[in-house]
Design a protein around this ligand. Structure first.
Ligand code: ADP
Length: 508
């Protein structure tokens, strides 16, 4: 046969989970930092400088044709640390009208006329601006024509920037308000970042080491602190499973969630203890209740067998009454267990609730006449409901039975039927001792007795209200009790009113 129990994967402890999580988090943070600070540093730096050049060219363009052009060129060169050359284009001629150089390690350009015209053509082709990455000294970087900008004249080359220094060149063709054409040439050096990168790498190793040590130092105690209350509660839960209901789940230095969990578990263990207690009491009560009539039956039976003249109709009636009582008890127990286990499901039908109440009251007619009880029904009309008729009859029967058992000396019981907001409420009122408020929620438990005196011989089976509760709950009905000590109690339940079923056509 195939094993049906699914093997559970062994979970890792919260403590290890937190440590691993922290280390992974640290690794990700460091990786991202390393990527940006070391690997991508050159690329990011270059892109920033390209934007600086474009911004500088835009600013200068706005001052073209104005008298303060040279001031603006100076200002922009200083702000952005770039070299600037401004040419005015008249036909084929280009005249330098302003220049400034604030680029670190960047010396004034030397540009051959061919180079100039080539740059102009490129910029025009590319929509007015052109960018290139070069090293001065004539070394080609991106485009071969740039070589022509810097002829292999050692003298000229010397006048340029350090040969290894990488530079960005930005060319922009622009016009002033009078539509005169200009060519702006901007350059900036890309300071080699390798020494910076080396510094950062060394720093990075230190940062990594320090963060790793910090992470371990902090995570270990924190994760232990987080997992400790849970471990403690787990130990307590094991004790609870072994039947120790006095176990306390409260933990010191817990956090909100563990405190709430501890409260819930403490409540659960109290409830378990109560239910265990009730279970034991239930067993004791059932045995007691079964034994009482059995002892009576046996006693009377023996007397009738052994003592002449005891075989009277009254004694036989006692035997019959006691067996009736026994079967009532057994039936109630069966009913209760069927309702509670869900075996007995309600069979829903439309029926006249008022008629059902009258029917139950009718059962007591002979009894009330003989004993002097007054059972009244107050109603202002007949009401239909959709429910399990037999179950609802059992509820009404149990409530009236209790009211008769517990009512006061005036021996009166009143059943009131009221309809409100589409719901009908049946209240059974007595004038008895009432029930103390602290006992009210408990009376619906099996075998719960307010006065703890087992009065079953005279009264019900001690299961009546549990059966009432079970039946009303499977109907989803509201129910309750209002009681004043010394004045009496009102037990009530509510059901939705239903329309009486219309007679089938053709059957009139
Ligand atoms: P019992 O057979 O003992 O009446 P029930 O389950 O019907 O069992 O009721 C549980 C307990 O609730 C009773 O023992 C009694 O203490 C209390 N009780 C029920 N109905 C009334 C009532 N009408 N007046 C006062 N106490 C009541």
């Amino acid at each position: 046969m195939k094993a049906r129990v699914k093997k559970q994967r062994r979970a890792i402890s919260l403590h290890s989970y937190l440590v691993v999580f922290m280390l992974i988090f640290l690794a990700v943070v460091l990786l991202v930092t390393w990527l940006f600070q070391v690997v991508l540093l050159d690329a990011v730096y270059e892109s920033v400088r390209r934007q600086d050049l474009q911004r500088a060219a835009e600013r200068i363009s706005t001052a073209l044709g104005q008298e303060n052009l040279e001031d603006v060129v100076f200002e922009v060169a200083m702000d952005e640390l770039v070299g600037v050359l401004v040419y005015r284009i008249d036909g084929n001629r280009a005249t330098e009208i302003a220049s400034e150089n604030a680029a670190v390690g960047n010396k004034p350009f030397f540009i051959s006329p061919e180079g100039m015209s080539e740059l102009y053509v490129r910029a025009e082709e590319e929509g007015g601006s052109y960018q290139a990455k070069i090293t001065f000294g004539g070394k080609l970087v991106e485009h071969s024509f740039i070589e022509s900008l810097f002829p292999n004249d050692p003298g000229k080359s010397d006048s340029l920037a350090t040969p290894e220094m990488m530079n960005l060149l930005y060319v922009k063709i622009s016009e002033d308000a009078q539509q005169n054409q200009y060519m702006l040439l901007l350059s900036t050096s890309l300071t080699p970042l390798s020494p910076t990168v080396n510094t950062l790498q060394t720093q990075f190793i230190w940062i990594f080491g320090i963060l790793l040590a910090l992470a371990i130092l902090l995570t270990l105690p924190i994760s232990r602190r987080i997992s400790r209350p849970i471990v403690r509660m787990n130990e307590a839960a094991k004790q609870l499973a072994r039947g120790n209901y006095d176990v306390d789940f409260t933990v010191e230095h817990g956090y909100l969630e563990t405190q709430e969990l501890a409260e819930s578990l403490n409540f659960a263990s109290q409830e378990l203890s109560r239910s265990d207690h009730l279970q034991k009491e239930l067993l004791a009560n059932i045995s007691h209740d079964l034994r009482t009539p059995l002892t009576m039956i046996r006693g009377y039976g023996e007397a009738m067998r052994d003592i002449p003249g005891e075989n009277t109709p009254e004694n036989i009636q006692i035997l019959i009454d006691e067996t009736d009582h026994l079967s009532e008890l057994v039936n109630d127990l069966l009913d209760l267990s069927k309702i509670q286990s869900g075996v007995r499901c309600p069979v829903m039908e439309f029926f006249n609730l008022t008629v059902a109440v009258r029917e139950v009251m009718g059962r007591y007619e002979a009894f009330t006449r003989a004993q002097g009880y007054h059972i009244r029904l107050e109603t202002d009309g007949e009401v239909f409901v959709f429910a399990d008729r037999n179950m609802i009859l059992q509820v009404i029967y149990n409530l009236i039975n209790n009211a008769i058992n517990y009512t006061g000396e005036d021996l009166s019981v009143t059943v009131v039927q009221t309809v409100r907001d589409g719901r009908v409420r049946i209240s059974v009122r007595d004038t008895g001792e009432g029930i103390p408020p602290d006992q009210l929620p408990l009376i619906w438990d099996r075998y719960y007795k307010v006065d703890r005196v087992h009065r079953m011989a005279r009264m019900g089976t001690g299961l009546g209200l549990s059966i009432v509760k079970g039946i009303l709950e499977v109907h989803g009905a509201k129910y309750g009790v209002d009681s004043t000590v010394g004045k009496g109690s009102v037990f009530w339940f509510e059901l939705p009113v239903s329309e009486p079923p219309s007679p089938e056509p053709g059957r009139a």
